[in-house]
Ligand binder design. Structure first.
Ligand code: 3HC
Length: 331
């Protein structure tokens, strides 16, 4: 899918037993791998795959929330949502930049997304039906993202880890403002409380799917753990999220839509029901409620933004001409 990157070493050296052993001991010594370090092609590829999907998720994630900026109930809510959506665009930028250090271009990644060929998180293929959905997204989706992204700050690949440190600083504001929306609605009129409960009912299970399949079905999990890209498995992070979030729902008087949810004193965590994996597979394979809308809207946003890209390039070219910098270096 993506061409060989900037990595200096050719495959005959980076795939030898000797090199792989030396590379693994670097990882085990908690050394950061930087873009120009020789690395196994599998390490590069899985990082391009995961960082690219992560970046796409940030950009596509702007769409469901962007829908509600003009309909926010107060100026304060509008400002908070505007800031959050702008942050997500910036997160996408950091992540595309991190992926580019591995030899893929932003244009390639963008083309894949616009053509509907790139993966992004299943969570963004659900509709935002009421204002409470904006609260549920901040509280649950960004809450799940934080659970997943904090360990990524210690990822073995330097640019990804550093991008995550920056992202996580903004995620806590995202999660707080969402939980505050849910808290206000839950304390409001009967209709508002029902709206909050309805949003929790619709977003709870899709949020659990964000952590990926069970470890036993996780195609990349073991290797990503060995390479310290992942620090925890899908199920470990999902359990941490459930254990942290259920008390938050109780605190604002909402109930988690899982009849099997039960505190297990022995394991000091919640036992819970099973995810509908057929729904997960359907959404991931493009059959979600909003998959087509999201790609259509992403294409429209890209087309509408063409003039900005052209203007920026023209400006860069003009400056380059003044400084006699060759064309390709100006872009
Ligand atoms: N949606 C779509 N695809 C998913 C998925 C999901 N929720 N969960 C897993 N998958 C895909 C994987 O990409 C992989 O497919 P691929 O081989 O075609 O890439 C397949 O299912 C098998 O899953 P694995 O567990 O083997 O894959 P990973 O080891 O990559 O684990 C992951 C999946 C936990 C999502 C991991 O990729 C990850 O941690 N990614 C970084 C975090 C991320 O992307 N979060 C998405 C949300 S970002 C967000 O919410 C922004 C916030 O600000 C709103």
């Amino acid at each position: 899918m993506y061409s060989q990157g900037l990595i200096g070493a050719d495959s005959s050296t980076t795939e030898s037993e000797e090199f792989l052993a030396a590379f693994q001991s670097r990882i085990d010594r908690e050394e950061k791998i930087e873009p120009n370090d020789p690395m196994p092609e599998g390490y590069r590829r899985t990082l391009v795959r995961q960082i690219g999907q992560h970046a796409h998720s940030e950009i596509v994630g702007m769409l469901p929330e962007g829908n509600w900026i003009a309909r926010a109930p107060t100026l304060r809510r509008k400002m908070a949502l505007l800031a959050k959506v702008q942050d997500e665009g910036g997160h996408g930028l950091y992540l595309y930049s991190a992926a580019e250090t591995l030899g893929v271009s932003r244009e390639q990644m963008t083309e894949e997304l616009l053509a509907g060929k790139a993966k992004y998180s299943s969570i963004f293929n659900y509709p935002t039906l009421t204002w409470a959905d904006i609260g549920a997204i901040g509280w649950l989706v960004d809450g799940a993202a934080i659970m997943n992204q904090i360990p990524l700050c210690r990822c073995s690949f330097g640019p990804y880890a550093r991008a995550m440190i920056r992202v996580c600083k903004e995620e806590s504001f995202h999660q707080r403002q969402g939980y505050e929306i849910m808290m206000e609605l839950a304390k409001g009129s009967e209709e508002q409380k029902e709206m909050a409960q309805d949003a929790l009912n619709r977003w709870w299970w899709p949020s659990l799917m964000m952590f990926g399949p069970h470890d036993s079905d996780s195609q990349h999990g073991d290797q990503s753990m060995a390479w310290k890209i992942k620090r925890f498995s899908n199920d470990q992070l999902r359990e941490k999220f459930i254990n942290a979030t259920v008390p938050q729902a109780k605190f604002i008087g909402l109930s988690v839509p899982d009849p099997d949810l039960q505190w297990n004193a022995e394991k000091q965590g919640y036992d819970h029901g099973e995810i509908d994996w057929s729904e997960f597979k359907a959404v991931v394979s493009g059959e979600g409620q909003m998959n087509r809308d999201r790609i259509r809207d992403r294409n429209k946003a890209h087309d509408d933004g063409a003039w900005v890209r052209e203007a920026a390039l023209a400006h860069a070219q003009k400056r380059a001409n003044k400084q006699h910098i060759p064309q390709e270096a100006a872009e």
